[in-house]
Design a protein around this ligand. Structure first.
Ligand code: GDP
Length: 596
């Protein structure tokens, strides 16, 4: 049976292409104003529930009502998948709106999510936004999108996508370029017409699978999911079951149920098939859990949440410079922030060291952790991080296993060779290569996760910033053998100094190595085989300068190749193994000095 009064959609858009403006405009034109929200929040903050509402402004879901139809808009993660997140979110919806800037065109970064949506057979409405821009080139952009769809193996129906043009900023959408500019109605209509209403059996036993977790300090964990079958009601007894955990059978009573309305969550007494609901009061509710009727406690199958594959140490900054660049420096601050993150991120693990001065944070790949690090730094947390390490496992015969990733890469044709060479050196295996649109080549590599550590910086250099790389976890596979890096040169000197981290300049001609920790710090260097004596410089810096530089491009490069502290012994080992190290030169405060 169909719920004609509901549409569940996701919006896919590249950053800055106008998703927020568009959703705001849809809200506004259906009578909800974000500004009002703040007023209401302040007025009602004495009551827990209202406080909770205030916080739901941050919630990722919004709902607008148009012609008695509730349109639930679910946010999609903007980049590569961290443990099935994209798929879980897309399984709640029956179609997507792809928002594309009328000048910039479709950006390769949106491909990952778009591909998933197409694979799941979802219809896509294309919304070419910012057509008011003087340099807008909507017709070309549409051709590019069409090529992209073909490239991503869209089926015939998906390729004949419904199209609207919009200026979210001016508040209108149109179907033909010469149409009058009025309001967002054409987009609302396209959603009602082209996105199917959700289906399910309202008379069957209740099943709600939790797809995302919200967290609120007053009510704790809030599970969000779609009612797949039956009806969920306040006051009913239910069981929580999980397809990947047969042991999990928890009896619960549903005490609090919400639906989304505008930017709010509102209390409801019951919800039927197709509704997106939020449920609080189940303390250990987790992603993938199904809330089911006791008479038929069947879990809905879902893609298993991937285990962490990579770990980094987050080190408390105890230098005299602590607090200069951030508000939150103590281990208590960092602990609280990390544990808060665990409430909503199921692919993350945190372990605290005994003395509390470091945290081992494990996650789904280097990018996953980089995003967390960047968010924390933006919020004012100050800490150093170690280089990422992969988490190995053993199979039942005690054979060493390592995590594998698939890298989806789009590069301008001229850089294809360099990229393939580098990834092959890092034990990558070429799976697929094809011409893509606009002089780009698409390459697919299976590669050990350790082969990707520190690779993104190199990739950006090798492709002059024009390449796009997205990675997805593939599973554990037998260890692929040691990676042999190029020989870089030899250690020529040591000196006590203030350096507490290492960095290596250009991998070709020369490199500089910083080693040591605390009071006893050495600076040494290795130089490339072709380097001359006058090329040699020693760069002495403090970890702090490396880890807290916040200029955008530089910060990006840094978090992708975080510095690491080595003991002298480790440093000597390192020299023997010729391990490849990378860091960007922009971060180093340079004191030039020649050593003999
Ligand atoms: P998001 O990152 O996709 O959520 O993008 P935003 O909604 O924040 O928009 C990014 C920028 O584009 C903002 O400065 C908006 O004002 C601007 N913008 C959004 N929609 C339009 C539009 O239709 N026309 C023009 N000219 N600018 C727009």
């Amino acid at each position: 049976k169909q719920r004609e009064d509901i549409r569940n959609i996701a919006i896919i858009a590249h950053v800055d292409h106008g998703k927020t403006t568009l959703v705001d405009e849809l809200l506004k034109q259906s009578g909800v104003f974000r500004e009002n929200q703040e007023v209401r929040e302040r007025v009602m903050d004495s009551n827990d529930i209202e406080r909770e509402r205030g916080i739901t402004i941050l919630s990722k879901n919004t709902a607008v009502t148009y012609k008695n139809t509730k349109i639930n808009i679910i946010d999609t993660p903007g980049h590569a998948d961290f443990g099935g997140e994209v798929e879980r979110v897309l399984k709640m919806v029956n179609g997507v709106v792809l928002v594309v800037d009328a000048f910039e065109g479709a950006m390769p970064q949106t491909k990952f999510v778009l591909r998933k949506a197409l694979e799941l057979g979802l219809p896509v409405i294309v919304c070419v936004n910012k057509i008011d821009r003087p340099e807008a080139r909507p017709t070309e952009v549409i051709d590019e999108i069409l090529e992209l769809f073909i490239d991503l193996d869209a089926d015939d129906e998906q390729i004949e996508f419904p199209l609207v043009y919009a200026s979210a900023k001016s508040g209108y959408a149109i179907v033909e370029l010469e149409d009058d500019h009025k309001n967002m109605k054409p987009l609302f209509e396209a959603i009602l017409e082209h996105i199917p209403a959700p289906v399910g059996d309202p008379d069957a036993a209740c099943q709600v699978m939790i797809s995302t977790i919200d967290y609120n300090e007053y009510v704790g964990r809030i599970g969000v999911g779609k009612v797949d079958n039956g009806v969920i009601k306040v006051g009913m007894d239910a069981v929580v079951v999980n397809a990947h955990d047969p042991e999990r059978v928890e009896k619960v009573r549903i005490n609090k149920l919400y639906e989304f309305d505008g930017l709010d969550k509102v209390d409801v007494k019951e919800a039927s098939i197709g509704s997106i609901v939020a449920i609080s009061g189940i303390a250990d509710i987790s992603i993938g859990d199904t809330i089911a009727s006791p008479e038929n406690p069947q879990a809905i199958p879902f893609q298993k949440i991937s285990e962490p594959t990579i770990a980094m140490q987050f080190l408390v900054n105890d230098s005299p410079f602590a607090g200069l660049e951030g508000k939150f420096v103590t281990s208590r601050h960092i602990r609280e922030r990390l544990f808060r993150e665990l409430n909503t991120d199921v692919s993350l693990r945190v372990e605290e060291s005994e003395n509390g001065d470091s945290f081992k944070v494990s996650g789904r790949g280097e990018l996953h952790l980089s995003v967390l690090i960047e968010n924390m730094r933006r919020e004012g947390y100050e800490f150093a991080v170690s280089k990422a390490e992969v988490l190995y496992r053993r199979d039942e015969n005690d054979k060493l296993l390592e995590p594998m990733e698939v890298a989806y890469i789009d590069v301008p044709d001229e850089f294809t060779g360099a990229v393939i060479e580098k990834l092959s050196m890092r034990k990558g295996e070429l799976r697929n290569m094809s011409a893509s649109n606009g002089g780009y080549t698409r390459i697919e590599f299976a590669i050990p996760a350790r082969g990707l550590i520190g690779y993104r910086g190199e990739f950006l250099t090798d492709t002059k910033g024009n390449g796009i790389i997205n990675t997805a976890y593939e599973g554990y596979a037998p260890y692929k053998g040691d990676i042999s890096y190029r020989k870089l040169g030899s250690l020529i000197a040591f000196e006590t100094g203030e350096a507490v981290t290492y960095g290596l300049f250009s991998a070709q001609e020369r490199g500089v190595l910083f080693i040591g920790a605390g009071e006893k710090v050495y600076a040494g260097m290795i130089i490339g085989e072709n380097a001359k004596a006058e090329d040699i410089e020693v760069n002495v810096c403090k970890t702090k300068h490396l880890t807290n530089t916040r200029s955008s491009g530089a910060d990006d490069a840094l978090r992708l190749s975080p510095p690491k502290i080595l003991s002298l012994e480790e440093a000597l080992d390192f020299i023997e193994t010729d391990e490849l190290l990378e860091v960007t030169p922009t971060h180093l405060r340079i004191r030039k000095k020649i050593l003999d």
